[in-house]
Design a protein around this ligand. Structure first.
Ligand SMILES: [Fe+2]
Length: 214
């Protein structure tokens, strides 16, 4: 893919991501949508970022690209844009290298192809039949599922199953959370706002308190 084609595919994907985030009734989603809409093209993901967060492993990428070759329904313009851009993105191990089976690509942010100094956002992939164990970080986070029905767990909330292209999972700063996939792999648009330092990311114990309403 030429750089011009990469730029077009990333712009299309960024526009699609902004579009779904505009429909999420959370301030953090609106902030990221605005950043995506106005962002300037920086070019290939920064070299410093790639050194800090090396590419995901070959096994993870094989599963990821097999998913993009034959994704589950529902088809959507956003999924089509993700498929087109997938091989142009820098897929790194999720959690700053702590969860090798998962992959994340940063469209916008300190390491993204688009510039922003107040958020990180991109795509996140979790294979089928995987429990992404409890973790937390200083950033406020949303995940908008594009493909795959997953169960979202967060301290103080009832477990939530979200169908693709319907709603976002929302995690407050430092709120422990986890994600379980069963029969379907999960692709989301993810976004961080606030303190987006990757250094604050850490795995943590499952919360001991019982889940309450909300
Ligand atoms: Fe998270």
């Amino acid at each position: 893919m030429t750089e011009c084609a990469e730029r077009e595919s990333v712009a299309l994907l960024a526009g699609g991501a902004a579009g779904v985030l505009r429909g999420v009734d959370l301030q953090t989603a609106q902030t990221v949508a605005r950043e995506l809409e106005k962002a300037q093209w920086r070019g290939k993901t920064s070299g410093a970022f790639c050194r800090q967060f090396p590419q995901a492993g070959g096994g993870t990428l094989a599963v990821l690209f097999a998913f993009f070759d034959s994704p589950p329904p529902p088809p959507s313009p956003l999924l089509a844009a993700a498929q087109t851009a997938a091989r142009a993105l820098h897929w790194r191990t999720a959690g700053g290298g702590k969860v090798p089976a998962l992959a994340a690509a940063e469209l916008i942010g300190p390491g993204g192809m688009l510039e922003s100094d107040c958020c990180r956002a991109g795509l996140f992939f979790q294979p089928a039949g995987f429990f992404y164990s409890w973790h937390r970080h200083a950033a406020e986070e949303i995940h908008f599922p594009v493909c795959g029905k997953a169960q979202w767990l967060a301290a103080g909330k009832k477990p939530q199953t979200i169908a693709p292209m319907t709603a976002a999972a929302h995690h407050l700063p430092r709120q422990p959370h986890a994600t379980r996939t069963t029969t379907e792999a999960l692709l989301t648009v993810w976004a961080w706002t606030g303190d987006t330092a990757m250094e604050t990311y850490e795995m943590c114990a499952a919360p001991e308190v019982a889940f309450c309403d909300g």
